[in-house]
Design a protein around this ligand. Structure first.
Ligand SMILES: [Zn+2]
Ligand SMILES: [Zn+2]
Length: 102
């Protein structure tokens, strides 16, 4: 996949891939709103989901309030390395014999 050097295309701080218009994406509060956080970052929807599947709000607020810190979590680091090799519009894991519970 080409990744054009277009500065208007945001880059996902979790996986480092661009987030072109039309790709499933969502905003993440670096500090959960409940804790008074206002700063958000744009992420791929799949990356955002992975953060919340891995960490609860309290953990995010306490230990993972920046993208850099999120990437120090072993599961998220592994996910980022894995998803970085997928197309940017990739939305779901296709695991063999492992089903999501919801
Ligand atoms: Zn991403
Ligand atoms: Zn979030």
């Amino acid at each position: 996949m080409e990744t054009p050097a277009d500065t208007s295309t945001p880059v996902c701080p979790l996986c480092g891939r661009p987030i072109p218009p039309g790709v499933p994406q969502s905003r993440h509060h670096l500090v959960p709103r409940l804790k008074g956080g206002r700063e958000t970052v744009l992420l791929h929807h799949i990356c955002h989901k992975e953060i919340h599947a891995t960490l609860c709000e309290a953990e995010i607020a306490r230990d993972y309030d920046t993208p850099e810190k999120l990437l120090t979590h072993p599961r998220l680091a592994k996910f980022a390395a894995w998803v970085a090799k997928r197309p940017v519009d990739f939305l779901s894991r296709t695991p063999g014999g492992h089903r999501r519970r919801h």
